[in-house]
Design a binder for this molecule. Structure first.
Ligand SMILES: Cc1ncc(COP(=O)(O)O)c(C=O)c1O
Length: 372
C-alpha cells in the first residue's frame, strides 16, 4: 500500500485561545472599527519597538505607500531601493509616480550595499527605501548618513523584521520611519495588517489622516482635508495583534530556536549556505529560513524532490527589476544587479514557522540532502 505523505507547510501562524477570546470580545462590544482596541494595539506596538508613535494600517504595503506620500514623492522623483526584496518595496513609490532606481546588495547580508546606494544618487533622487530583508537589519547609520548628505527621505521597510535589533536597539526605535507587516507568514499576524512607526508627531497625525480617507482630526466625518486612502485596520484585527504582541518574546525565541536547529542540521551538508550570522550590530528576527544553493539547477533539483515529498518551499526572492511589469515599464534587464540576480537564481525558502517541530525539520533536511 502507498504511504500517505504528510505535507509540510512553508509557513503558518502561531495562535491559541487568546486570539479567539480577543476577537469574541470585540465582536460582542459592537465597535468593530475606529474603536479603542486600535489605540491599544498602537500603544503596545510603539512600546515594544521603542518608537514614540505608531499607526496601525491595513497592510505593510499601505504603510509604505503612506510614508512615500509623507516623503513628498511625486511623478518623476527617483527612489533608490533594493532589487532583492518583495515587490511592495518598489510599488509603494511607483504608486506616486516615483521612478525605481535599484542599488545592488551586499552578498553577505543581502541588504542594500551603502556604496551602491551612494553611487545611485542623482539630482533627481528623492528618497531611499531601505529593506531589512529576511529580518536582518540593514546598514541604517550609513544609509541615514547618505540620506542626510543628499537631503533624501529614508524609509525603512521592516515588514519582515519585527523584533530585529540594530546596534543594540530594536528596529523602529532608530528614527527613520519604519513599516512592519502582519501577513500570516510574519513573526506576528493580524491576518492582513501593518504598522508604521515614526518619531514625528506631525507625520503620525498625517498618517492617521491619510489612512482614514484624508479626514482631519477635527471636523466632520464627511470633511476631507486631503487626498486619502482607506488603509484602516479594524478592531478585530487589532485585537488579534495585541494577543500576538503579548507573545512576541516567546515567538522570537521559538523562531530563533527553529533557525538554530536548521543551522545545526545543515552544517554537514556541502553546498548549502545559510543566511549570515548575527554580529554585535545586527540581530536578525527570524522571518523565513532561506538557504543559498550552488546554482539554479541544484535549486530546481531540491524543489522537484520537495514537491514529491509534500514539503513546502518558495523561490525567495526574485529580483524586482526583472519582474515582467518593471522590465516593461522601465527597461531593466539581466546583468544590471549581478549580486541580486545571482542570489535570486539560487536561494530557496524552507518550511519555517514558530511551532515547527524538530522531527519535521529533520525530514526537510534529509530531503534536501538527498536531492543534492
Ligand atoms: C519586504 C517586504 N515589504 C513589504 C511587504 C508588504 O507587506 P503586506 O503584504 O502586508 O502588504 C512584505 C510582505 O511580505 C515584505 O516582505
Amino acid at each position: 500500500m502507498k504511504q500517505e505523505v504528510v505535507p509540510v507547510p512553508l509557513s503558518g501562524p502561531y495562535l491559541d485561545g487568546r486570539e479567539e477570546d480577543a476577537v469574541i470580545e470585540v465582536l460582542r462590544s459592537g465597535r468593530l472599527s475606529l474603536g479603542p482596541v486600535i489605540d491599544r494595539f498602537e500603544e503596545a506596538f510603539a512600546s515594544a519597538v521603542g518608537a514614540p508613535y505608531a499607526a496601525a494600517v491595513s497592510s505593510g504595503t499601505a504603510g509604505l505607500h503612506m510614508l512615500c506620500v509623507s516623503a513628498g514623492i511625486t511623478a518623476g522623483d527617483e527612489v533608490i531601493t533594493s532589487p532583492y526584496s518583495f515587490a511592495a518595496s518598489a510599488n509603494c513609490f511607483i504608486y506616486e509616480g516615483g521612478v525605481p532606481v535599484f542599488a545592488d546588495i551586499d552578498p553577505r547580508t543581502l541588504n542594500l550595499d551603502p556604496a551602491a546606494v551612494e553611487a545611485a544618487v542623482t539630482p533627481r533622487t528623492k528618497a531611499i527605501v531601505a529593506v531589512d530583508i529576511y529580518g536582518y537589519p540593514c546598514e541604517l547609520d550609513e544609509l541615514r548618513a547618505i540620506a542626510q548628505r543628499h537631503g533624501l527621505a529614508l524609509i525603512d521597510d521592516s515588514c519582515e523584521a519585527l523584533g530585529a535589533r540594530y546596534k543594540g536597539a530594536p528596529l523602529g526605535s532608530h528614527g527613520p520611519s519604519a513599516v512592519f507587516a502582519f501577513y500570516p507568514n510574519k513573526q506576528i499576524t493580524t491576518g492582513e495588517g501593518g504598522m508604521v512607526t515614526t518619531h514625528s508627531e506631525e507625520e503620525w497625525l498625517l498618517l492617521r489622516s491619510l489612512r482614514n480617507q484624508g479626514r482631519g482630526d477635527s471636523g466632520g466625518w464627511l470633511e476631507h482635508v486631503r487626498l486619502g486612502f482607506n488603509y484602516r485596520i479594524d478592531d478585530i484585527r487589532a485585537a488579534i495583534g495585541i494577543a500576538q504582541l503579548e507573545k512576541l518574546d516567546e515567538i522570537l525565541e521559538l523562531r530563533a530556536g527553529v533557525a538554530r536547529r536548521y543551522n545545526e542540521l545543515l552544517a554537514g551538508i556541502d553546498g548549502v549556505e545559510p543566511l549570515c550570522a548575527d554580529d554585535a550590530d545586527h540581530v536578525r528576527s527570524w522571518f523565513v529560513y532561506v538557504v543559498a544553493l550552488p546554482d539554479n539547477e541544484a535549486r530546481e533539483r531540491v524543489i522537484a524532490h520537495f514537491e514529491r515529498e509534500g514539503i513546502g518551499f518558495n523561490r525567495y526572492l526574485p529580483s524586482i527589476h526583472l519582474q515582467p511589469y518593471i522590465r516593461e515599464r522601465y527597461g531593466f534587464h539581466e546583468g544590471m544587479f549581478p549580486v541580486s540576480e545571482d542570489m535570486s537564481s539560487r536561494t530557496l525558502a524552507l518550511p519555517f514557522f514558530t511551532a515547527l517541530e524538530p522531527d519535521v525539520q529533520t525530514r526537510v533536511v534529509d530531503a534536501l540532502a538527498a536531492a543534492l
